[in-house]
Design a protein around this ligand. Structure first.
Ligand code: NAP
Length: 310
């Protein structure tokens, strides 16, 4: 994969240096995309660890100090922290700077960051469709975004030059870039990511509550299906709590459809409608094949994942 190298921004501020913030810093360094990378996190422990790992040039306890003179500011905190951090940095933003984020929900980012962005500063929400179930500064790695999509959702009337620069930046991090309406993004992600995570959290929760099967049996005999769900259900609780609280409408809409379809499957099993089950499973197998063909996953066993890192 060829990625652009050479500086796009002089100073980039990362508000949050966990999996996504740290990965952005590593990928920026790989491509020399910024002369200075400033980081901020709210706990002393995370700031200390980020400092030790050395992926930022400077680490700040005060987010205002991190964003001072920055050309690009990226919110990499959980979505629930956006409003508070946006209010804190607003007075220190430089005219002409770009403010963006990596939050998994875009309407909430617009609602919580948008009102704090001063005139003369460009606000372009974003969402890299890349991640792992790990979190914190140690989880970051430079290749996280390689070949993955990054969706930008610029509100109507956003400066085109600013959008071009941000898109170029994400290409430099290894991503492919797509522009989308924020509301549409939230419904697309509800079906491709948010509801699947909810299903994983639910099935793992159900298995651990079953009276006829002991916890140790669940762990000992965990077959492919359940084991794969547990990987997703190990995702960061704060991040995912915030996703569901902030994409409520779209998630509830998709869940409604999901419940109807599940009832249909329940009926098919009860009445022995094998043909219906076979047809559905054949259709879903083709979807899996299209994802592999599109380069969004590998057909290798264990999905080709390095289980230690991803
Ligand atoms: P993470 O590893 O838990 O990192 C979160 C970072 O935000 C930490 O540095 C944390 O600092 C900081 N933070 C939390 N609350 C804060 C606050 N109130 N003020 C300042 N800093 C705060 O999370 P992540 O996986 O990188 O996720 C970050 C964002 O990326 C989320 O909005 C998420 O929706 C989005 N995203 C995640 C994935 C994924 O798969 N993980 C994929 C795409 C997008 P402390 O450690 O000090 O709390």
């Amino acid at each position: 994969m060829t990625t652009r190298t050479g500086p796009i921004f002089t100073k980039v501020a990362l508000l949050g240096v966990g999996l996504i913030g740290a990965s952005m810093a590593h990928a920026m360094r790989r491509g020399s995309l910024a002369a200075h990378i400033a980081g901020h996190a709210h706990s002393e422990a995370t700031r200390k660890r980020a400092d030790e790992l050395g992926f930022c040039h400077s680490i700040h306890a005060d987010p205002k100090e991190a964003v001072r003179d920055a050309d690009l500011i990226v919110f990499c905190t959980p979505v629930g922290a956006f409003a508070e951090v946006a209010a804190a940095i607003a007075p220190a933003l430089k005219q002409g700077a770009i403010v963006s984020d990596v939050g998994s929900v875009k309407m909430a980012a617009i609602r919580d960051i948008g009102p704090h962005v001063p005139t003369g500063v460009h606000f372009i929400p974003g969402h890299p469709i890349a991640g792992t179930e790990h979190s914190g500064p140690d989880a970051g790695f430079a290749e996280l975004f390689d070949g993955r999509w990054c969706i930008l959702t610029p509100p109507a009337g956003t400066d085109e030059g600013a959008v071009t620069n941000l898109a170029e930046f994400w290409r430099g991090l290894g991503s492919r870039v797509e522009i989308m309406d924020a509301k549409h993004h939230d419904i697309v992600l509800a079906i491709t990511s948010h509801v699947p995570h909810l299903i994983a959290y639910n099935i793992v929760g159900t298995a651990s509550d079953l009276e006829q099967v002991t916890q140790s049996e669940v762990i000992k005999f965990s077959a492919g299906g359940f084991r794969d769900f547990t990987r997703i259900a190990a995702s960061d609780p704060t991040m995912w709590r915030d996703v569901f609280l902030n994409n409520r409408e779209a998630v509830l809409e998709v869940l409604g459809r999901f419940s109807e379809d599940l009832s249909r499957l329940q009926r098919a099993i009860r009445w022995g409608e094998g043909e219906m089950l076979f047809d559905l499973f054949t259709k879903t197998r083709a979807i899996r094949r299209s994802i592999v063909d599109a380069g969004q996953d590998t057909a290798a066993s264990n999905f080709g994942r390095d289980t230690k890192k991803r």
